[in-house]
Design a protein around this ligand. Structure first.
Ligand code: PEP
Ligand code: MG
Length: 871
C-alpha cells in the first residue's frame, strides 16, 4: 500500500479518491498560497484497510500518524504540550463526495486538564480556554463515544438558568470550569470511561470514530439516496486549530460565492464574531449577513472577497467556503463546490458560460438531471396566497417549492405517516443527521432555528425538498406536540402550506399554479439539445401533456397508448359491444361506434405534432380490463347493453385469465380479432388524410406491441398496410406513415434479426421487457424488490433503472441484430427507463436513436442525453 498520510503541502499528494473532497481541496488551496491552517490528511485507503481488518489501526498507520504529527509540530513550531506554543487540532471527516450523514468534526483536540491552563495563561483568557475545553468534551463525547448531545446541552442550559445567565458568552471562566467537571462525570456515567487526557489517545480515538462513521446508518441512507458507492471510504483531515472564539476581533463564517437558492452572482453567507464553527451551523445564535463584515473588518472582508474570486476561477464552479478570523487574521478552512437548488444550478452554469469561464459542455455537466424536476413543479397561486391565513412572518426561504401537508413534530411520525402515503411537513426546532429518514419522506421541512446554512437548509436543498428555516415567530414544543404562533396553535395532523421560495407558512391548503421557466433555463436546455446525440420524445396522449412535452422541446411522441382513449363512458359501451359480439359483422359494427372518437383523438394529436414523429401503439391490454367488476356495475352494464347479467357474467368468466400479463393481450388480440387494429388504422389514416387536405404534413409511426415472432409481425403488419392502402386509395390521397415493432419480450430480442428487416423501426418497451426477463410481475414486484435492493441483492430496482447486465444486454443484442442489415435502422426506447439518467447513458452508448418518457421527465432526459455525450 502507498503512503497513508499526506501533508497539505505534500507535492505528491493526489486527488479526491485518496484524499476525499475536503483533503484534496485543502492541499490545493495550500498550493495556491491561500491562508490555510497547516495539517495533513489520512487517506481513504487507510479507512478501507481499517474497516477490512476488523476495525483495528495498523502499526503502519500509527507510525505514519506519529511522523505526521512530528512534522506538523516542526512546521508550526508548536507541540501538544508546549506552554507558549500549544498545538491543538481539529479532526474532520472528508469523503470523496460531501456526506452530511457522517461524523463531521471534533475541534480543540489536544486540550486536557493541564493544557487548558497553559492555553489560559498564554492567551490570558481563562474563559476562552475553558470554553474551548467544554466544546471539546461535548464534541468528543458525542462523535467518539456516542453520548447524546442533549445530555451536555441540558447541563449547559440548566447552569445558565440556575445562575441567570442569558447568553452563552455571559458564563464566566469559573462557570465553564464547573461545567467541564460535570461533563467529565457524564463520560463516566454514560460510558464508564474517563475522558482521555492524552492528546495522542484523543487523536487516535477520533480517527477511528471517523473511519467507523463511514458505515453508520445515516451515512448509508445518504449514500443510497445519492447513488454514492459504499466502498469509497472516508479520509480524515487533521488541521491546526485557529480560534474564531478568541475575542471580538475573531469570528467564523460560511459563505457561498453565489446565492445557492437563486444562483444570483453575489456573495451569500453569514458569520458570527467570537464563535466557533458549529455555532453558525447549529443556529444557536443568529449570524450576521456577510456584507456586514465589510463594516466590521473592512480589510478582512476585502481579502475574503479576493479569495472567493480566486477560488471560483480556479475550480470553475460556485464555492462553499468556511473561514475563521483569529485576532484579525483570515484563515480558509474549507472550500468545495457548493450545493444548490436546481434553478441556481442552471443560472450559475448559464452565467459562467456568458462570462466565458466555462464551455457549454462544462455547463451541461454542472446540473444534475434528477434535480431538473424541481424546476418543473408548480408554485402557489398568487391570488390564493393573498387571501391565505399566515402562520408566520419571519422565516428564511431555505429551499424553494410549494408544499402542503400535515404537521408532524418528529422523524418517527414523519416516517410512519409518510410511508403510509400521507403528505407530511416535518416541523422541528432544528434538524440533525438523525432526522434524515423523516426529511426524506417529508413534503417540506420547517425549523424555527438555524439559517440558510443550517443542516435542514443544506440537506433539503440537496434533496430538492421545500424548506423554511429560522421561523422565529413560531415556538415548537415537540414533547407536547404543539407549535404556537401569534394567532393560534398547530397540532399534529393540522394542514399547513409551506412556501420555500419566500419563507412564509400558511394555514390550510393553497392552490398551485404551473411553474414558469426562466429564460436561462430555456437557453440552457437548447444547449443540452444541441449537444445530445439522441432525440428525446415524450409518452403522451392528452393535449395537455403533449403541449407540455413540446414546450420542453420534445422532438416527437415516442408512445401514444391508445387504450387510454377507450375508457370514456360512450367508448366503453362500444368496446363492450365488441367483446360481446357473436361474429365479424357484429364486431365491425361495434368498432364503428368507436372509430369516430378515435379519429378525432388522433386528429388532435397529429395536429399538435405536425411533422414531428408520432408513434401510435395499437391496442395493448387484455380485454377483461374493459368489463365491469362489481355486482352493481355488472347490473348496470348488462342493462345498457340489453343482455342478461348471467350472459355478461359468463363473458367475464370466460375472459378471466390466471396470468393476464402473459395472456391474451398486445398483438395477440389482433391475431384473434384483426378488426381491432384495422379500425385503429382506419381512424389514423382518415385523420392524416383530413390534415393533409388542410395542408398539414405529419409523420406517423404505427407500432404493434408485444411481438414474439416474425410471422406474427408479418401477418399483422400486412393487414395494417392493406387497410391503410385501401383507405388512401378510397380518398385518392397518399399520406406519410411507417409500421414498426415494439420489442418487449425476450424472444423478440433473441430473434431481432428475423423481425427487424420486416419492420420500419423498433421501439423497446422496457417495462414489459424487464418484467418478462426477470419473471417479476411489474404490478407486484414492489412488494419484494425493496428487500433485494436493501439487502444488496440488487443494485437498483430494475423497473426504475435499467438492469444493464441482463435486460440491457438483450436490448444491445437486438439493436446489433437490427443494425446488421441496416446501420441506420431507427431504434428507440419508450418504457419508463427512457427517463432515467443512468439508463439513458447506456442507451446512448449502444447507439439508440432516441428515448421517450413522460413529458415532465423530458428536460431531465435531454440533459442526461447531453451528459452521456460529454462523458
Ligand atoms: C413497456 O412495456 O415498456 C411499455 C412502454 O408499454 P406499457 O407500459 O404500456 O406496457
Ligand atoms: Mg408494454
Amino acid at each position: 500500500m502507498s503512503k497513508l498520510i499526506y501533508a497539505f503541502n505534500d507535492e505528491n499528494s493526489s486527488g479526491k479518491d485518496l484524499l476525499g473532497g475536503k483533503g484534496a481541496n485543502l492541499a490545493e488551496m495550500t498550493r495556491l498560497g491561500l491562508p490555510v491552517p497547516d495539517g495533513f490528511t489520512i487517506t481513504t485507503e487507510a479507512c478501507n484497510a481499517y474497516l477490512a481488518s476488523g476495525e483495528s489501526l495498523t502499526s503502519v498507520l500509527l507510525e505514519e500518524l506519529s511522523d505526521a504529527i512530528l512534522s506538523l509540530e516542526t512546521r508550526t513550531g508548536k507541540t501538544f504540550s508546549d506552554e507558549d506554543n500549544l498545538l491543538l487540532v481539529s479532526v474532520r471527516s472528508g469523503a470523496k463526495f460531501s456526506m452530511p450523514g457522517m461524523m463531521d468534526t471534533v475541534l480543540n483536540l489536544g486540550l486536557n486538564d493541564e493544557n487548558v491552563e497553559k492555553l489560559a495563561a498564554k492567551t490570558r483568557d481563562a474563559r476562552f480556554a475553558y470554553d474551548c475545553y467544554r466544546r471539546l468534551l461535548q464534541m468528543f463525547g458525542e462523535v467518539v463515544y456516542g453520548i447524546h448531545m442533549s445530555v451536555f446541552d441540558t447541563i449547559f442550559e440548566s447552569y445558565k438558568e440556575e445562575n441567570k445567565y442569558e447568553l452563552d458568552t455571559d458564563i464566566p471562566a469559573d462557570g465553564l470550569k464547573e461545567i467541564v467537571e460535570k461533563y467529565k462525570e457524564v463520560y463516566l456515567e454514560e460510558t464508564n470511561k474517563t475522558f482521555p487526557e492524552s492528546p495522542i489517545d484523543q487523536l487516535t480515538e477520533a480517527v477511528e470514530a471517523v473511519f467507523k462513521s463511514w458505515n453508520n446508518e445515516r451515512a448509508r441512507i445518504y449514500r443510497d439516496l445519492h447513488d454514492i458507492p459504499h466502498d469509497l471510504g472516508t479520509a480524515v483531515n487533521i488541521q491546526e486549530m485557529v480560534f474564531g472564539n478568541s475575542g471580538d476581533n475573531s469570528g467564523t463564517g460560511v459563505l457561498f460565492t453565489r446565492n445557492p437558492s437563486t444562483g444570483e452572482h453575489k456573495l451569500y453567507g453569514e458569520y458570527l464574531l467570537n464563535a466557533q464553527g458549529e455555532d453558525v451551523v447549529a443556529g444557536i445564535r443568529t449570524p450576521q449577513e456577510i456584507e456586514v463584515l465589510n463594516t466590521q473588518m473592512p480589510e478582512v472582508y476585502e481579502e475574503l472577497v479576493g479569495i472567493t474570486k480566486n477560488l471560483e476561477n480556479h475550480y470553475k464552479d460556485m464555492q462553499d467556503i468556511e473561514f475563521t478570523i483569529e485576532n484579525g487574521k483570515l484563515f480558509i478552512l474549507q472550500t468545495r463546490n457548493g450545493k444548490r437548488t436546481a434553478s441556481a444550478a442552471v443560472k450559475i452554469a448559464y452565467d459562467m458560460v456568458q462570462d466565458g469561464v466555462i464551455s457549454k459542455e462544462d455547463a451541461i455537466m454542472m446540473v444534475d438531471p434528477k434535480s431538473i424536476d424541481q424546476l418543473l413543479h408548480p408554485q402557489f397561486d398568487d391570488e390564493a396566497l393573498e387571501t391565505a391565513e399566515r402562520i408566520s412572518e419571519y422565516g428564511l426561504p431555505a429551499s424553494p417549492g410549494a408544499s402542503t401537508g400535515m404537521v408532524v413534530f418528529s422523524t418517527e411520525r414523519a416516517k410512519e405517516l409518510g410511508e403510509a402515503g400521507e403528505k407530511v411537513i416535518l416541523m422541528r426546532p432544528e434538524t440533525s443527521p438523525e432526522d434524515i429518514e423523516g426529511m426524506v419522506v417529508a413534503e417540506a421541512i420547517v425549523t424555527t432555528h438555524g439559517g440558510m446554512t443550517s443542516h435542514a437548509a443544506v440537506v433539503a436543498r440537496g434533496m430538492g425538498t421545500c424548506c423554511v428555516t429560522a421561523v422565529s415567530d413560531l415556538k415548537i414544543d415537540g414533547e407536547n406536540g404543539v407549535a404556537t404562533y401569534a394567532n393560534g396553535v398547530l397540532k399534529e395532523g393540522d394542514i399547513i402550506s409551506v412556501n420555500g421560495s419566500t419563507g412564509k407558512l400558511y394555514l390550510g391548503e393553497i392552490t398551485k399554479k404551473d411553474q414558469e421557466q426562466s429564460t436561462e433555463f430555456a437557453e440552457f436546455m437548447t444547449w443540452a439539445k444541441e449537444i445530445s446525440r439522441m432525440d428525446v420524445r415524450m409518452n403522451a396522449e392528452t393535449s395537455k401533456d403533449i403541449n407540455a412535452g413540446f414546450e420542453f422541446n420534445a422532438s416527437g411522441i415516442g408512445l401514444v397508448r391508445t387504450e387510454h382513449m377507450f375508457f370514456q363512458e360512450e367508448r366503453l359501451i362500444g368496446m363492450r359491444r365488441f367483446i360481446l359480439a357473436q361474429n365479424h359483422a357484429e364486431r365491425v359494427a361495434a368498432l364503428d361506434t368507436i372509430l369516430e372518437y378515435q379519429q378525432s383523438d388522433f386528429e388532435e394529436i397529429f395536429r399538435l405534432s405536425g411533422e414531428r414523429p408520432v408513434i401510435v401503439r395499437l391496442l395493448d391490454p387484455p380485454l377483461h380490463e374493459f368489463l365491469p367488476h362489481t355486482e352493481n356495475e355488472i347490473n348496470n352494464v348488462a342493462n345498457q347493453l340489453g343482455v342478461t347479467t348471467e350472459l355478461l357474467k359468463s363473458y367475464i368468466t370466460n375472459l378471466n385469465e390466471l396470468n393476464p400479463m402473459l395472456g391474451h393481450r398486445g398483438c395477440r388480440l389482433a391475431i384473434t380479432y384483426p378488426e381491432l387494429y384495422e379500425m385503429q388504422t382506419e381512424a389514423m389514416l382518415k385523420s392524416l388524410i383530413k390534415l393533409k387536405k388542410e395542408g398539414i404534413e405529419t409523420n406517423l409511426e404505427i407500432m404493434i406491441p408485444l411481438i414474439v415472432t416474425a410471422e406474427e409481425y408479418k401477418t399483422l403488419s400486412d393487414k395494417i398496410k392493406a387497410r391503410a392502402e385501401s383507405i388512401e386509395a378510397e380518398a385518392g390521397v397518399k399520406v406519410n406513415y411507417t409500421v414498426g415493432v415494439m420489442i418487449e419480450t425476450p424472444r423478440a430480442c433473441l430473434t431481432a434479426e428475423e423481425i427487424a428487416p420486416l419492420a420500419d423501426f423498433i421501439s423497446f418497451g422496457t417495462n414489459d421487457l424487464t418484467q418478462l426477463t426477470f419473471g417479476f410481475s411489474r404490478d407486484d414486484a414492489g412488494k419484494f424488490i425493496g428487500e433485494y435492493v436493501d439487502g444488496a441483492l440488487m443494485e437498483t430496482d430494475p423497473f426504475q433503472s435499467l438492469d444493464i447486465n441482463g435486460v440491457g444486454q438483450l436490448v444491445k443484442m437486438a439493436v446489433e441484430k437490427a443494425r446488421a442489415h441496416n446501420p441506420n435502422y431507427k431504434v428507440g426506447v419508450c418504457g419508463e427507463l427512457g427517463g432515467d439518467p443512468r439508463s439513458i447513458q447506456f442507451f446512448n452508448d449502444i447507439g439508440m436513436s432516441y428515448v421517450s418518457c413522460s413529458p415532465y421527465r423530458v428536460p431531465g432526459a435531454m440533459l442526461a442525453a447531453a451528459q452521456s455525450v460529454v462523458k
